[in-house]
Design a protein around this ligand. Sequence first.
Ligand code: AHR
Length: 493
Amino acid sequence: MMLDKEFVISEIDPRIYGSFIEQLGRAVYGGIYEPNHPTADENGFRQDVIDLVKQLQVPIIRYPGGNMVSAYNWEDGIGPKEERPHRLELAWRVTETNQVGTNEFMDWSKAVGSEAMMAVNLGTRGIDAARSLLEYCNHPGGTYWSELRKQHGYEQPHKIKTWCLGNEMDGPWQIGQKTAYEYGRLAAETGKAMRQVDPTIELVSCGSSGSGMPTFPEWEATTLEHTYEFADYISLHQYYGNRDDDTANYLANSLDMDNFINTVIATCDYMKAKKRSKKTINLSFDEWNVWFHSNDQDNKLEPWAIAPPQLEDIYTFEDAILVGSMLNTLLKHSDRVKIACMAQLVNVIAPIMTETGGGIWKQSIFYPYYYTSVYGRGVALNPIIISPKYDSKDYTDVPYLDSSVVYNEENDELVIFAVNRHLQNRLKVDVDIRSFDGFEIVEHVVLENEDAKAVNTLRNEQVKPHSQGLSFIEDDKLVGVLPKMSWNMIRLQ
Ligand code: AHR
């Protein structure tokens, strides 16, 4: 592998380490909000959850959905809590009590030090509800909705900058699913009206719900035809699962993610050329993760419960390795991917799990997310990698070595994130670090495990990193030894 300070991909937008809280399952109720919990603060938020989220240094958090937003009346979640209606929540077939809504979420995001990314309902609603919500949140005062916000105790506007124009509107499961033309028109007109309310906002146009959608990438081309003028970003969503228990193939899924990103970039740029536009649309990968462990369980749920456990995937060691590679992929595309949200953050397909009324623990996937978010700040470098390769069921020429590299000028620090996809053999990596003369290894953190299916629970943390990684400097070269099937971070200064 060869690195050079001059081989720069881009300045990394910290928002690629974003996440997502949906009003779903126990993400909110029993997750971030539990007024009777021993650690609850004066607003009913669990302090133990706040502390762990803060550790992750999450710069932006998407809310309130997800599928849930497509039939959500945001007005249900404001004002005195005792007057808020209970509603049938159609996306996940539960009862929504609305005890947490926009203002509570804004309080919580402040407490964890994150910016909010708000989604508007373009399933059952449209321009009017979106512009009212924006006025309620961002307008300083003197109008119906902004004065109502003040009456509710929020004198200052929330100043929410980033807004999603709906969620996964291409999906047959979505309440109010639209054709690309229908969505493009509605999103464009909604965006236009929202910009009249607040010209400083940024807008995300809905892309495909996954690279496997039959309408991908025609969806992007048709919708952008209408939304190009108003949108700043187009969204991508993608989840993977190891349903066939084929680990070599599973770990190669970041190649699909890479291809997905490349195709969306190409489609955006095609539209840029077609419209003779000076503007470049960037990417918001605002849902990504592993999601499959909980599918069978969720299919058996009785409808209309209040905050039942849903999408509670318990993540294995191998899931953490794929998550590490997905983070590498985002970093390698940091010139165009400016926002990304690990979906989700607490209890629902999440790095952080809680017991309602009880403790808290870190899932296996917490660790690559934590280290990449904390140390992956600065500029992304383009490593020239020569690696042995393998073929799997769905992929050919999969490099065993998957790596991304960050240079942090402020700390004069070089950080190498590296996955060894080989299931049996360690990988010795020679890194030419010629432009980092005199740099020494600060630490080599390794996530490894003999058992690909090892998991963490409240009382038993089987998957956790150690700092005894084997790497050394030899003849101006960095030599890193990556154990079989492992995620690694080598930090140099
Ligand atoms: O994150 C879980 C769900 O996945 C979201 O609600 C939806 O947008 C996607 O299908």
